[in-house]
Design a protein around this ligand. Structure first.
Ligand code: AR6
Length: 177
């Protein structure tokens, strides 16, 4: 399902974020040190190759809610934006920090004049953010910044599991019927 708002399409996709060859920028749910790590970060670093960690580490440590950009190396995209999401129950206020991740990533991609960006469900894996709650924060933060974006035309969510995909579809439908 795709939803058009402010000339920007919001699209949920089921799949692997390392396989999005038609997208300019992919977003990594990083750790503060910008090291390989596990989860989606591990998958992105493995697919991009060891040059990614060498490029990313000097940009860290980053704070929760912050975003930095690197080349994409062996990935088919132009750039990777690395965001540090909040650890649920520890980094507070969680919703504000998670919202900052989406906002900062979109601003950065737009500053680089990119037209498309793909997000994973930041913080909903190892960092423990309940996926329904995170999806609401993600879409409402994205909607709030849409009027400021000049170059971005497509915003994808790439969800690994069936349930995460269904939850994001429901939330998008609820926000933009
Ligand atoms: N494509 C799309 N989504 C994925 C993929 C993939 N290839 N692999 C996992 N996911 P997580 P976090 C989903 O744990 O909660 C790392 O060690 C996954 O199912 O990757 O922000 C970092 O280094 C989940 O829905 O990120 C940090 O230390 C979502 O991606 C820490 O984990 C996010 O799960 C960050 O934790």
């Amino acid at each position: 399902m795709a939803r058009l708002i402010n000339h920007i399409e919001l699209i949920n996709r089921q799949g692997d974020i390392t396989k999005q060859s038609d997208v300019d920028v992919i977003v990594n749910a990083a750790n503060a040190q910008l090291r390989t790590g596990g989860g989606v970060a591990g998958a992105i670093h493995r697919a991009a190759g060891p040059d990614l960690e060498r490029a990313a580490i000097p940009l860290g440590p980053i704070q929760p809610g912050e975003a930095v950009i690197t080349e994409a190396f062996r990935l088919p995209n132009k750039y990777i934006i690395h965001c540090l999401g909040p650890v649920y129950g520890k980094d507070k206020p969680e919703a504000k920090i998670l919202g900052n991740c989406y906002r900062e990533a979109l601003k950065l991609a737009d500053d680089y004049q990119m037209t498309s960006i793909a997000f994973p469900a930041i913080s909903t894996g190892i960092f423990g953010y309940p996926v329904e709650e995170a999806a609401k924060v993600a879409f409402s933060s994205i909607m709030a910044i849409l009027p400021e974006l000049k170059s971005i035309r497509k915003i994808y969510f790439v969800l690994f599991g069936d349930n995460d995909f269904r939850i994001h579809e429901e939330e998008l439908k609820r926000l933009i019927p």
